[in-house]
Design a protein around this ligand. Structure first.
Ligand SMILES: C[S@@+](CC[C@H](N)C(=O)[O-])C[C@H]1O[C@@H](n2cnc3c(N)ncnc32)[C@H](O)[C@@H]1O
Length: 217
């Protein structure tokens, strides 16, 4: 007899994991809304840790539903620029519709790109956030090198993650998530010369960590 796990739970978990790693297709819009609802607090914490200055340049890498883009546009204000970077074409399409006015006024720019190859010049960013994304990247050193390259002196990046030990117990994470201890992420950031700080909080059933790294001015 084929078990419930083989028939139902594993295929469902694999589908959800694939959507979280790259929301797409008919389910993509539902996933985007769920991400904005479920991760709003973690995204707001990352924005406040990254301290985007009014009039500055800030980016959300792997913005998913776009809650972080809204916060960055509002925080940098009319004299600033927010950037969104995504590998999902469907999330980019959705953001183009949702943020049409901010795009038209050049307060927001959207790019297809990856954490491992950011579409920015050296020292272009005052602040960056990336929340619930680095699970989907194999080469963490490449991600950290890109942040070290693109941050201005004094600039900060905030990386938000769920607690890896708690996430390991979720049914979706065996399907393509790379769960790293906070210390490994801190060490990778420090290897690039960035100065780090960690904020950890219990939030519902999933404790969260926000790892902030600053390029010394
Ligand atoms: C779990 S969602 C998180 C979305 C949003 N940051 C949040 O916290 O709600 C992960 C997002 O990262 C994007 N992503 C995955 N790998 C990426 C990469 N290498 N570079 C940029 N974005 C990536 C996915 O397309 C997806 O939208």
């Amino acid at each position: 007899m084929v078990s419930l796990r083989e028939n139902l739970i594993t295929p469902l978990a694999r589908t959800v994991a694939g959507q979280l790693g790259r929301p797409h297709g008919p389910l993509g819009g539902v996933v985007a809304e769920a991400l904005d609802r479920g991760n709003g607090q973690a995204i707001a914490t990352a924005v406040s840790a990254a301290q985007p200055p009014a009039g500055g340049v800030a980016a959300d890498i792997g913005f998913g539903g776009g809650a972080g883009l809204r916060l960055l546009v509002d925080t940098v204000g009319t004299g600033g620029t927010a950037h969104g970077v995504e590998i999902s074409d469907d999330m980019l399409r959705r953001a183009r519709r949702r943020f049409r006015r901010d795009l038209d006024s050049n307060r927001l720019k959207l790019h297809r790109g990856s954490l491992t190859a950011l579409p920015f010049d050296d020292a272009a960013l005052d602040a960056a956030i990336t929340v619930n994304t680095i699970y989907f990247v194999d080469d963490l050193d490449a991600v950290c090198a890109e942040f070290a390259r693109t941050l201005r002196p004094g600039g900060r990046v905030a990386i938000g993650i769920g607690d890896p030990d708690t996430m390991r117990q979720l049914p979706v994470t065996p399907h393509g998530f790379r769960l790293r201890p906070v210390d490994d992420i801190v060490a990778a950031l420090q290897r690039t010369g960035l100065t780090t700080d960690v904020l950890s909080r219990a939030e519902g059933r999933l404790p969260r960590h926000t790892i902030t790294a600053q390029r010394d001015g």
